[in-house]
Every structure is written in structure tokens, then in C-alpha cells.
Design a binder for this molecule. Structure first.
Ligand SMILES: CC(C)(COP(=O)(O)OP(=O)(O)OC[C@H]1O[C@@H](n2cnc3c(N)ncnc32)[C@H](O)[C@@H]1OP(=O)(O)O)[C@@H](O)C(=O)NCCC(=O)NCCS
Length: 174
């Protein structure tokens, strides 16, 4: 499937806020209460927050587009705050990879992942790492295909009052 991938700018804030809410909702609805979901969507993907992130030159958002319409997105960042042990290496966190559900299973995610790995190589990263919900089987299978492995580390990723656990996966490039 033919798509374009480009870095998001401030002008994309509304699009990014909307697709972030939609994809997070579609992925995790039913795993927490509706109240928790509504609070989470507003807390993390509100327009002001998304604009703040887009204004940060170290925060890399990319949109996957087809015919000018956003159908998925990526968020990459060199950020060690969630797992300081990653400071041992030059590490790139794949903070998000989300594709609208009607475009899953069509190679869009693969193009976003290829883009990520190329970005990591071009910028001399030694490792790419990411967090995935322990029960998100589809995403885990997808990451496995790219050679990501469980690092042995987890972290709490509650959605409101609903406790959830994410696994940190990593892939070394050197
Ligand atoms: C994770 C994601 C980016 C993967 O993209 P995708 O286009 O779905 O990728 P694929 O179609 O290659 O699917 C990955 C694998 O999971 C399998 N799969 C499909 N549905 C599944 C399901 N319900 N449960 C488990 N595995 C499933 C596919 O068959 C495929 O494996 P295969 O190639 O061996 O057949 C995409 O599904 C997505 O955006 N999901 C919602 C957001 C999300 O979970 N993001 C990751 C957060 S950590």
C-alpha cells in the first residue's frame, strides 16, 4: 500500500490529537472503565499537550498519510526518563506506533517500523526500545517479527484506576 511518511508540524496538532485519541480508544477500549478511558484520552492527547510536544524539537512525530489523510503515526524520542538503565547505550525510544484499525494488516505498520529502524541507523543509535502492554498480542507479534526481545523489565502503565503492566522490549543494532 502506497503511503507517505512525514514529520508532523504544529499545523498537524488537531489531526494528531484526533488520531491519537481514536487509535488509543480502539486499542484499549474494554480493558478499563469508560471513565478511566475518557480521562486518559483527555489527559494525554488533548490539543494543548500535543502542541507542547510538537513544539519540542527533540520529540519526533511522524504521520503516515494516504491521499493526504492521516492513517497512522509514529512518535520517536531519545528519552531515558522511563528506563534510566538505557543510558548505557545511545537509545531511541519508539514511544508510539499506531495505525487506524481499518489500515492494520496492510503493511502500513511495516513501513512505519522500517522508517524507525532506518532513522535509528542514520542517527547512530545502538538500540531501539519500546513498551508494550503485556496482553497486546498483536503488537507483540509484530515486534517479534522485527527482532525485538523482552528485556526482562516491566513498568506500570495504569489507565486511570485500572492497573496495567507494560513490558519493555528492545532490539540492539550493533
Ligand atoms: C501493532 C500494529 C502497529 C501492528 O500493525 P499491523 O498492521 O496490525 O501488523 P500485522 O498485520 O503485521 O500484524 C501483526 C501480527 O499479528 C497477527 N494478528 C492479527 N490479529 C491479531 C490478534 N487479534 N491477536 C494476535 N495476533 C494478531 C497478524 O496475523 C500478524 O502476524 P503474522 O504476520 O504472523 O500473520 C497495529 O496492529 C496497531 O496499530 N495496533 C493498535 C495500536 C497498538 O497496539 N500499538 C502498539 C502499542 S505498543
Amino acid at each position: 500500500m502506497q503511503i507517505t511518511i512525514r514529520r508532523a508540524t504544529l499545523a498537524d496538532a488537531e489531526t494528531l490529537s484526533a488520531i491519537s485519541k481514536q487509535t488509543f480508544y480502539d486499542t484499549f477500549t474494554g480493558t478499563c472503565s469508560p471513565e478511566d478511558m475518557a480521562l486518559f484520552l483527555e489527559a494525554y492527547f488533548n490539543l494543548k499537550q500535543v502542541k507542547r510536544e510538537l513544539k519540542n524539537p527533540s520529540d519526533f512525530y511522524y504521520l503516515a498519510e494516504q491521499g493526504g489523510k492521516a492513517i497512522g503515526y509514529l512518535r520517536l524520542m531519545e528519552d531515558y526518563s522511563n528506563l534510566p538503565l538505557m543510558k548505557k547505550w545511545k537509545s531511541l525510544e519508539l514511544k508510539r506506533i499506531y495505525v487506524l484499525k481499518e489500515f492494520q494488516g496492510k503493511g502500513v505498520a511495516q513501513q512505519l517500523m522500517d522508517y524507525t529502524m532506518q532513522y535509528a541507523k542514520d542517527n547512530d543509535y545502538e538500540v531501539v526500545w519500546l513498551g508494550v502492554w503485556e496482553h497486546n498480542g498483536r503488537a507483540q507479534k509484530f515486534y517479534e517479527k522485527y527482532g525485538f526481545e523482552y528485556s526482562g523489565h516491566t513498568h506500570d502503565f495504569p489507565i486511570g484506576n485500572t492497573p496495567q503492566t507494560d513490558r519493555w522490549l528492545w532490539k540492539f543494532l550493533t
